[in-house]
Design a protein around this ligand. Structure first.
Ligand code: ADP
Ligand code: MG
Length: 569
């Protein structure tokens, strides 16, 4: 039977409203229309919003009655704000007695037809698989309610979508890695993480340490937010245009149930403790300290970061180190004199140091007067003994280096690249820019950590407030640090702040991170790079990868394009 051509002959009873209706399978919507064919009173459900269609039966006067259940999550305006959020819609219909058709057959055909339309790009391996998806749940993630969230909010949605699952509750730190390293992946159609980003980080290390790593890392991976930051969930929601602020769990589960596989870049990090496969970020300085030192406020959930940020802004530290990178476009320091601190690795170390006096003698347009009149963020109270950037000369002296004569940063190039930058990233509204930007992958000859970086890299030896290397848009729900990043753009997005920065500006930045507006600030430097190296000068501190603290020391990274696969819409 061709259900589409015969559908207009069939009538159904809506089991919730007890009314008779007909169904029309339109291009992008299911139309539930009354027996009188009145369009005005018709109800429309977008296929895109549907997550599951089931045929069920129930006993009815000694016989069975078949009915079709449809579960959708359309967007509604929330009551108290103007925000939109997805809310559950359940439709239950039974086929009215008609000659020549058995109700069960018709409903099964109808189900197939709707399933075919609701996730046109879904991955059949996941969608049609009779193998279970393995859910790894971290019971201590976030405020410690992951299991409750799973039972009460996630599980009902998985059931609606008829997703077969196995659940493993992790028992300790490292357990997720062990499971990913040893589990028989041929018995699963994918992995779903119910935690924060830390458990996914573990699972990736486990997959990449298997003998069959190249195949294992292609396992479809989903992530549902039960942690404190949930950066990847925020990124996936943002990329899909989901208004996730109100109920990120429902939106993320909805995305997972659309079961479309998207490639995701990983970044291979070399560290003094060995290789790490990262999907989110490397942070050092203020942002890393906030992430790690806010553990004491874990009970507060997402608020822990805000609270710690305020504390750290009140008691600032500075972080000395050397940041090197291979930029996609010629690097130009932002809001600073071109005579400052850009050096290449080809220059001998001594010359790097000497240039500070050369630079100091140059007339500097850099204007620190504002910074002098308000408390300095760069005043170090804990980790660094000598306060910096109190007077203009000192600001200059902390910036060791100059533009080498053979550098691509000739004044002409600088003007060019500045205008390009201002066109694409500053003048245009920040959030409408290049989300789909693709940059050709460069064939990188990465040096080992002990070797100098290649000559076409840029090196900055300086004081930093923070350094962030991110490859997703979000580090948390209110931290859209790199709005131009995308899952598989083949790039690392480097963002760094150098002193002097006043406390007022830092407080402003806290708010700016929510919208991406921080990129318009002069103190925030943003460079898209193929690879980077960070060498802190201190011997101790917080170095954070994907939200997890790692052994402190030099670190470098390059992109492994499209290495993993993520379940989303
Ligand atoms: P959050 O966003 O709340 O930090 P994460 O997913 O980052 O959540 O997980 C935090 C840490 O919890 C990870 O390092 C993970 O290894 C660890 N972990 C996982 N299961 C357990 C457990 N049963 N007990 C203690 N720690 C665990
Ligand atoms: Mg974490």
């Amino acid at each position: 039977m061709d259900i589409l051509s015969e559908l207009h002959k069939l009538t159904f009873t809506n089991l919730q409203t007890k009314t008779v209706c007909k169904l029309q399978l339109r291009d992008s919507q299911l139309c539930i229309i009354g027996d009188d064919d009145n369009e005005q009173k018709a109800k429309f459900v977008s296929y895109e919003d549907i997550v599951g269609v089931k045929v069920n039966k129930r006993a009815e006067m000694g016989d069975f009655q078949y009915f079709i259940d449809m579960y959708a999550y359309p967007s509604f305006k929330t009551l108290l704000s103007s925000k939109f959020t997805r809310k559950r819609l359940h439709l239950s219909l039974t086929l009215n007695e008609q000659d020549g058709f058995t109700s069960h057959q018709v409903l099964l055909l109808l189900r197939e037809a709707i399933l075919g339309k609701m996730s046109p790009q879904c991955d059949d391996m996941v969608f049609r698989s009779n193998k279970p998806i393995l859910v790894l749940l971290n019971p201590v993630a976030g405020k410690g309610f992951a299991k409750k969230l799973f039972d009460e909010k996630i599980l009902p949605m998985l059931k609606e979508a008829e997703m077969v699952y196995q659940l493993i509750v992790t028992e300790r730190n490292g357990h997720g890695m062990e499971i990913a390293r040893t589990i028989d992946l041929t018995e699963l159609c994918g992995l779903v993480i119910v935690s924060g980003d830390g458990l996914l980080h573990e699972v990736l290390q486990g997959l990449m340490s298997r003998p069959d790593a190249e195949q294992a890392i292609q396992t479809p991976i989903g992530i549902l937010p039960a942690g404190s930051g949930n950066a990847l969930c925020c990124t996936l929601n943002y990329a899909a245009g989901e208004p996730f602020a109100y109920d990120i769990l429902v939106h993320s589960t909805y995305l997972l149930l659309k079961r479309t596989l998207k490639p995701m870049d990983l970044v291979l990090l070399n560290t003094t403790a060995g290789p790490i496969y990262s999907f989110l970020s490397v942070t050092w300085g203020l942002v890393a300290d906030i992430d790690i030192e806010s553990e004491r406020f874990r009970r507060l959930g997402i608020l822990r970061f805000k609270l710690e940020a305020l504390y750290r802004i009140a008691k600032p530290r500075s972080y000395k180190g050397r940041l090197s990178f291979l930029p996609v476009q010629p690097y130009v320091t932002k809001g600073r004199s071109k005579t400052e601190i850009v050096v290449t690795a080809q220059e001998p170390e001594s010359e790097v140091v000497d240039t500070s006096s050369r630079v100091r003698s140059v007339s500097m347009p850099h204007s620190p007067s504002k910074a002098m009149s308000v408390p300095e963020f760069s005043h170090d109270t804990t980790s660094d003994k000598s306060p910096i950037n109190v007077v203009p000369e000192e600001i200059i002296s902390t910036h060791n280096g100059s533009v080498p004569s053979n550098s691509p940063l000739s004044s002409e190039n600088e003007t060019l690249s500045r205008s390009t930058e201002s066109h694409s990233e500053k003048a245009s509204p920040i959030l409408t820019s290049s989300k789909e930007m693709r940059t050709p992958v460069v064939d990188l000859n990465m040096p080992s950590l002990g070797e100098p970086v290649p000559g076409d890299w840029v090196t900055i030896d300086d004081n930093f407030v923070t350094v962030i290397a991110a490859y997703q848009t979000h580090l948390g729900p209110d931290q859209m640090v790199t709005p131009f990043a995308s899952l598989s753009d083949g790039l690392i997005h480097l963002l760094f702040i150098r002193p002097p920065v006043t406390r007022m500006v830092m407080l402003g930045l806290l708010g700016d991170f929510e919208t991406g507006a921080h990129l318009r600030r002069d103190v925030v430097e943003y460079v898209r790079v193929h690879a980077f190296r960070l060498e802190p000068h201190a011997s101790d501190g917080n170095l954070v990868v994907d939200g997890e603290k790692i052994k402190f020391g030099a670190i470098q990274g390059r992109v492994l394009p499209n290495r993993a696969r993520i379940l989303t819409k």
